[in-house]
Design a protein around this ligand. Sequence first.
Ligand code: ATP
Ligand code: MG
Length: 386
Amino acid sequence: MEQADLAPLLAEALGIPLERAERLLQGRSTRVLRYRGLTYVVLRRDLGPHYEGTAVVLTRSGAVRVVEGYPHIRRILLLGTAVPRHFIDRVVVEEKMNGHNVRVAMIEGEVYAFTRGGYICPYTTSRMRRTYGRALERLFDSLGEEALVAGEVVGLENPYTRYYYPEAPEWDYFVFDIFKRGLEPLPVAERRGLVEEAGLRNVPQLGVFLKDDWREILEVTRSLEELGREGVVLKDPEYRVEPLKYTTSYTNVHDIEEGMKYPFDEGHTFIFPRLLRQIFKALEEGWSEERLRAEAERLGRALLEPALEAVEAVREGRQLAEEFYLTFTSVEELEEFTAHAASLGVPLTVLSIEVGGEGVRALLLKHKRSDEEIRRILKTGLSPLD
Ligand code: ATP
Ligand code: MG
């Protein structure tokens, strides 16, 4: 399908004039991709009521389906100020799981998994179909095909965000929203019931509180703190106001530590926002001198140690890169995935392939910019920043 043919479909799907759609298709705010029999347009920025990450899919039968982008969730810095101001009466506390956001749509009888950016991920789509194909069919049977399921993929076997969860060590999917049509969410209790009935997993619900009892919510985050879990998303039971998120101090520092393994990639953009979260946590929790000293040491180490290790690794001639395992059903599927990643500007190297009962297990390597940056500093002794 040529771009000229796409313009009228895009215009109609998004309710915009034809010339606007034509311009959008030529510019950098959209991308046109293909996945098996589907052509789809990805919105790379917000467009009117449609969020970045919206995908406009042209189906095999020629119909058009808009898969809405997942809305941004605002972050709380001070629970005691934000919670009573923002919420109406009750607040559902759900765990915020640390993985990657995946929207699942049923399009002409087939399940597709969309990343936060709006791309159909061939790997996630295949794993989703293998693990939850039947359950999703049941769910969409009761909801209708225009519904959209959103959840977090967690575990170590994904190409995006790897964080270990004992209840999902390799790969699993935890639903946190169902949109009936467009971005109309189902109430929390109804959604949780449907997810369970269908045989899918819900993100954990950690309690329902009155908004003025925000100290109890702070208590909930303290127990997550000890377990090394990311944080919470607070929701009105009926979504009358938008959800808010809040993360643990553990995660704020741990993210910096992970990010600083690659200082020129995640590292520098991670630091300030997480520092801000810690500052207001110290204020709200009234950290003692002793606690402040312990946190300062933890933070200082998170900033320096992984980066120093990275520099030493490069100096010793090792390559700085991320490595992870993915499991495919076939070698063709592995190739389909690496081609997809390359088309998005993320070249991956396949380090090894193991064919066994579980399918094809591949060890992949993702290149990091920090590798060259550090190499250059070691060679010239000069700063790339100033
Ligand atoms: P943004 O700030 O735009 O929301 P981000 O990538 O910075 O995106 P996060 O800081 O991880 O996102 O917080 C929002 C994300 O949290 C959601 O997009 C979703 O993937 C994830 N998430 C995990 N658990 C939940 C939950 N229970 N409810 C809603 N979202 C959740
Ligand atoms: Mg996240």
